[in-house]
Structure formats: structure tokens, C-alpha cells
Design a protein around this ligand. Structure first.
Ligand code: ATP
Ligand code: MG
Length: 434
């Protein structure tokens, strides 16, 4: 590795560390390399031409070299922690640096020059035995940084490791400390978890088992045990995780939306007057509100919250297949063209996550979106901007500028969505005059 060579040529010990070493020992394709070195951050910055600060106060500098971005972190020890932040000291040895890492499988250093491992905590043996074990005393390690609780679940599921009994007992004792984490860190860890773990059911099942879900995502936790009806094999919570399993891990945010889609069901549940079975009339309304509440708490951006809320609010709006093109156009208007394919992914996942419906192919959904695709190809007007006239044209024939003008354009669009042939300049102006 060029970067390690360059640091060593300047007399600074340097090693590859972290997830890339772990993954290469497992024979997996490796993501970004992390390098640990004795050199202090300003020395790293002076040795390489292309660097950028990532967390210089914690000792991390990004280095661009040979088309790769490598995080270079100075050997450090944590001198004080409060469960959320660490105060760090540089000038540590490699062994001290490895000792402050979370799990043995993450605390292996590799010397690329001699191709040897520095593995003081037996991380390689744990990897081979399939064990996730905290470095040192697990009862100390989780309270130092409660994010490690969530990291344990992610890493155990992603690498299919069993949690060592002592680490597991410590997890049980300290899991509740996650309430002290900032929303931002929980959000980032949740997105990483949903990206790296194919099975959401398994990893969020652990969040639930250890009581973390009830603390970080209570809206979802209360969905478990809420029985549904003759159309469903599973309770609301179990179904929800199965839906998220069926959204691709490359779309972690859409997985989050899928986790939110039925949050309103527990409070919307009623007994159907005729069948006596449960129904969930208009559960999408409380679902959207709870989506906003949960995602705001997790510090998702305004745009993300709005997008999730919208998708959840419209997820029950599914016209039957074979309706008229005009009805499809009205539906696309309600849903928003820009949300259409996310909604398709959610609808498919919702279907597949229902163990009763999943026995049949999702033909009604596929047919509906085929129809939507065909209607979109016709390129008829779906937005005010697609009309053959605009506000200036209306002003030119004497309409006063202001809200009335916008309302008139909206009304024209409604007519054009019904009958696209109306969308010519002359016809529209004629309609306004009339
Ligand atoms: P990934 O493949 O997701 O990048 P990773 O193990 O490299 O996995 P990073 O978050 O990049 O994860 O962290 C790099 C290394 O830093 C980890 O392998 C671990 O040794 C250490 N580390 C990261 N976060 C913590 C933490 N909260 N507590 C202790 N050590 C940590
Ligand atoms: Mg990494």
C-alpha cells in the first residue's frame, strides 16, 4: 500500500486497520481502507498533497491517493468518555489504539510490507469461530459509547456472528443507554444497518429483543402484537419488518419509509361492523403523522421527512387496474410523478411482505404501473407548467395577477387531465373567456 509505504519512509509506523482488514480475512471484497499511524494529523496533512479533514480533532485525515480515499487516523487512546463523545489523546502505541476499538474482529492491524497481523485480542480466531466479542471488559466498553450497542447488532447480523455470552449479558445490561445518543448518530447507524444487513427482520428483531426499538423507535415497537385480519398472516410489526426486507438494501431510506408505512395502524384499528374482523380505516393519516414525528426525532432532513410523510400518506391510494387513462392521470397527479417509482417499490414490497398475498404473483400492482408507464409515454400535461398557456397569457387577456390566476390554471389543468385534447392555446383561452 503506497500510503503505508510513504508514512513509513518518513519514519512513522503505519498499519491497515478496521473493517477492511476484517473483510479481507473473510475473503470479501474490501470497501475503503482505514490506516492507523503514529504520525499526528498535521504531519499526515503535510506528507500528502491531496488531503481533507474528516475529524482532525479525533485524529482522522482523508487522503486521496491512487484514486482511492483512505482514512488515516493517528494512534489514540480515549482518556474520557461520557457514553456519547470521547476525549482523545495522541501519542499512543498501536496496541493501545487497538485496545480502544469496539470488537475483537475490528481490532486487527495488518502490516502490508511483511504481510503480518497484529492481533492482540484474538480477532482472527473469533472471526473464524464466528464470534462477536467486545475488546476487554464488555461492561466498560458499552457505557463508553452506547453506539457500540447498535454496532454490535449490525456487525453480528452482517457477518453472521454469534454474540459471545459475556458480551451478550453486557448488551442486555447496557442496551438502554442508547437513549443518550444523539438523533444524528442513531440515524446514521440505522441507515448503515439497513444498507449492510439484507434481513431487516433479523437485525431490527435484535433491536426489539434487547429493548432498543422501544426506546429509539417506539412508534414501531408498539406495532408488534397488534393482530390484523383475514387478509394478513402476521401482526402489524412483523409484517412491517417483512416489507422492509423486500425493499432493496441499496435504498436504505426507502427501507426507513417502509418501516413507517403502517405506524398508524395500532391507533386506527376498529372492529368491522359486518365481518367482526379488524379494520384500519384511514390508518395512513396517523401513519403519516407518526412518520413525521419519528423521522424528525432521528434528525432526518426536512426534505427527507416530507418525502417519507408523503409516500406514507398516499400508500393506500391504489386505483384498481384497468381504470381509464384519465383516472390514472389523476392518480399520478395525487401521488406526484417524482414519487411514482418509489411508491411502486413500496407497493411491491408491501405485497411480498404479506405472507398471505405473497403466494400469488403481484399482478394487480405490476399491471397498474404498466398502465402508468404507458400513460406517461403519451406526455400529456400533468403539471401546470405543461399547459399550453401560462400566467402571462391570462394576464394579457385581462385577469388580475394573484391567487385567482393560479386557481384558474389549476382548473384548466384539471380539465386537460380529463381530456388532453383540450391542451391547445386557443382552446384554453376560449375556456377562460367562457
Ligand atoms: P465498515 O465496513 O462499515 O466501514 P468498519 O469496521 O470499518 O466497517 P468504521 O465505522 O469505518 O467501521 O470504523 C472503523 C474502525 O474504527 C472499526 O473497525 C473499529 O475498529 C473502530 N470503531 C468505529 N466506531 C467505533 C466505536 N464507536 N467504538 C470503538 N471503535 C470504533
Ligand atoms: Mg471503515
Amino acid at each position: 500500500m503506497a500510503i503505508v509505504q510513504r508514512l513509513r519512509a518518513a519514519d512513522h509506523p503505519a498499519y491497515a486497520v478496521g473493517g477492511a482488514v476484517r473483510d479481507s480475512l473473510r475473503g470479501e471484497r474490501i470497501g475503503d481502507w482505514d490506516v492507523a499511524t503514529a504520525a499526528h494529523p498535521e504531519v499526515v496533512q503535510s506528507l500528502f498533497s491531496a488531503t481533507f479533514p474528516i475529524g482532525v480533532e479525533h485524529g482522522t485525515v482523508g487522503v486521496r491517493i491512487e484514486d482511492e480515499t483512505i482514512e488515516v487516523t493517528t494512534f489514540r487512546t480515549d482518556v474520557a468518555t461520557d457514553g456519547r463523545h470521547a476525549e482523545v489523546r495522541f501519542g499512543a502505541t498501536l496496541e493501545e489504539d487497538l485496545a480502544r476499538r469496539d470488537f475483537t474482529v475490528n481490532a486487527i492491524a495488518w502490516d502490508p510490507e511483511s504481510d503480518t497481523l497484529v492481533d492482540p485480542f484474538g480477532g482472527r480466531a473469533d472471526l473464524e469461530a464466528g464470534v462477536l466479542r467486545a475488546v476487554g471488559d464488555p461492561d466498560q466498553r458499552f457505557p463508553e459509547d452506547y453506539l457500540r450497542v447498535l454496532r454490535a447488532f449490525r456487525i453480528a447480523v452482517r457477518l453472521e456472528l454469534e454474540i459471545d455470552p459475556a458480551t451478550e449479558r453486557a448488551l442486555e445490561r447496557h442496551a438502554a443507554g442508547v437513549v443518550r445518543l444523539s438523533g444524528e448518530r442513531v440515524r446514521d447507524e440505522l441507515l448503515k444497518t439497513l444498507t449492510e444487513c439484507r434481513s431487516v427482520s433479523t437485525v431490527l428483531g435484535m433491536w426489539r429483543q434487547y429493548g432498543v426499538m422501544a426506546l429509539l423507535f417506539p412508534e414501531l415497537a408498539v406495532c408488534f402484537g397488534v393482530e390484523q385480519n383475514a387478509y394478513h398472516a402476521d401482526d402489524v410489526g412483523t409484517h412491517t419488518l417483512l416489507v422492509a426486507d423486500n425493499v432493496h438494501p441499496r435504498r436504505p431510506f426507502l427501507r426507513v419509509v417502509s418501516l413507517c408505512h403502517d405506524l398508524g395502524k395500532p391507533m386506527a384499528r376498529e372492529v368491522h361492523p359486518e365481518t367482526g374482523d379488524w379494520t384500519f380505516p384511514q390508518h395512513e393519516v396517523p401513519s403519516a403523522r407518526l412518520t413525521r414525528q419519528a423521522l424528525r426525532r432521528l434528525k432526518f432532513s426536512r426534505r427527507e421527512v416530507a418525502r417519507a410523510e408523503h409516500l406514507v400518506r398516499v400508500h393506500m391510494d391504489l386505483p384498481p387496474p384497468d381504470v381509464s387513462d384519465a383516472a390514472i392521470r389523476r392518480w399520478i397527479r395525487r401521488v406526484g410523478e417524482e414519487h411514482l417509482w418509489d411508491l411502486y417499490r413500496l407497493h411491491l414490497a408491501d405485497w411480498r411482505g404479506n405472507r398471505k398475498r405473497a403466494e400469488r404473483p403481484p399482478a394487480p400492482i405490476v399491471d397498474l404501473y404498466h398502465q402508468a408507464r404507458r400513460v406517461l409515454k403519451q406526455q400529456t400535461a400533468l403539471r401546470v407548467e405543461d399547459l399550453a398557456i401560462d400566467g402571462n397569457d391570462l394576464a394579457a387577456i385581462g385577469l388580475a395577477p394573484g391567487p385567482e390566476l393560479g386557481k384558474t390554471l389549476d382548473w384548466l389543468l384539471e380539465q386537460v387531465v380529463e381530456d388532453p385534447a383540450l391542451n391547445t392555446r386557443d382552446t384554453l383561452l376560449e375556456m377562460v373567456r367562457a
